[in-house]
Design a protein around this ligand. Structure first.
Ligand code: NAD
Length: 253
């Protein structure tokens, strides 16, 4: 069992889905968790779940596309718990469904901003805080299996997630010598609000997703949270710059 006792973690997009599960899993492993989300009420629910399980959590409403908010989120973690050791940069959106020639330009910009620019802003301020405390730390960025392969009707999303994988590797190369590991988790399709919404719009989609899944099922958010805890922990102490598929084998076919 990974132990993160005495560590402080930030989780973005922690009000729902994968972020909520990783926040709970990090707290179960002993970390104090800063629950960051645009939706403060959803964040409070996650924090209440953590506290009901005996963990420690603090909520900070954060728009991860806003540099000042991201800086304040990191400052909140340091002010509340004394230091920052771990981060799961996870907030993201799917964007519209269209072939590339029909993509709305504003939708493209929004997806890149929320999914990719946000990870740059989070890494910048989280790594600064880790360096200020003498170095050392572990950061996990949520990419996607679509950060490793192409998928139709989602060019902005696919490009943003390939960008997250690239940014992860760039940060890992720059800060590995300071003892800061930066990795990405690449989930397959996960049963969360994001996917339920898309499946509700197109009922044939669930069968299509199951047909291409070697394990013939979608992931549960907790399965991604467990991988995040492992990447954060010393059990992964020499894993750096890796993009870990947690996709039931979707990217091996
Ligand atoms: P979700 O919609 O359940 O949760 C996303 C959370 O992010 C929400 O709580 C939302 O309020 C928050 N958020 C959105 N924009 C934000 C912003 N600007 N600032 C702060 N918080 C913001 O989605 P999920 O499925 O849990 O997705 C989490 C991450 O996992 C995303 O990066 C997504 O791209 C990625 N992912 C999801 C799947 C999947 O199948 N669900 C697969 C691969 C990768």
């Amino acid at each position: 069992m990974a132990t993160l006792s005495g560590k402080t973690a930030i989780v973005t997009g922690a009000g729902s889905g994968i972020g909520r599960q990783s926040a709970q899993a990090l707290a179960c492993a002993g970390a104090n968790v800063v629950v960051a989300d645009l939706d403060a009420e959803a964040g409070k629910t996650t924090a209440a779940l953590i506290e009901a399980g005996g963990g420690h959590a603090s909520v900070v409403r954060t728009d991860v596309t806003d540099a000042a908010d991201v800086e304040a989120m990191v400052a909140h973690a340091v002010a509340t718990y004394g230091r920052l050791d771990l981060a799961h940069n996870n907030a993201g959106i799917l964007g519209g469904s269209a072939v590339l020639t029909e993509v709305d330009d504003d939708d493209w910009r929004r997806v890149i901003e929320v999914n990719l620019t946000s990870v740059y802003l989070c890494l910048k301020h989280e790594i600064r805080a880790m360096l200020a405390a003498g170095g050392g730390g572990s950061i996990v960025n949520t990419a996607s299996y679509s950060g490793l392969v192409g998928l139709p009707f989602a060019s902005a999303y696919v490009a943003s997630k390939h960008g997250v994988v690239g940014l992860t590797k760039a940060a890992a190369v720059e800060y590995g010598r300071k003892g800061i590991r930066v990795n990405a988790v690449c989930p397959g399709t996960v049963r969360t609000a994001m996917m339920e919404e898309r499946i509700a719009e197109n009922p044939k989609m669930e069968k299509a997703l199951l047909d291409v899944s070697p394990m013939r099922r979608l992931a549960e958010a907790a399965e991604i949270g467990d991988a995040v805890v492992w990447l954060c922990s010393d059990a992964a102490s020499f894993v750096n710059g890796h993009a870990l598929p947690v996709d039931g084998g979707a990217t091996i076919q």
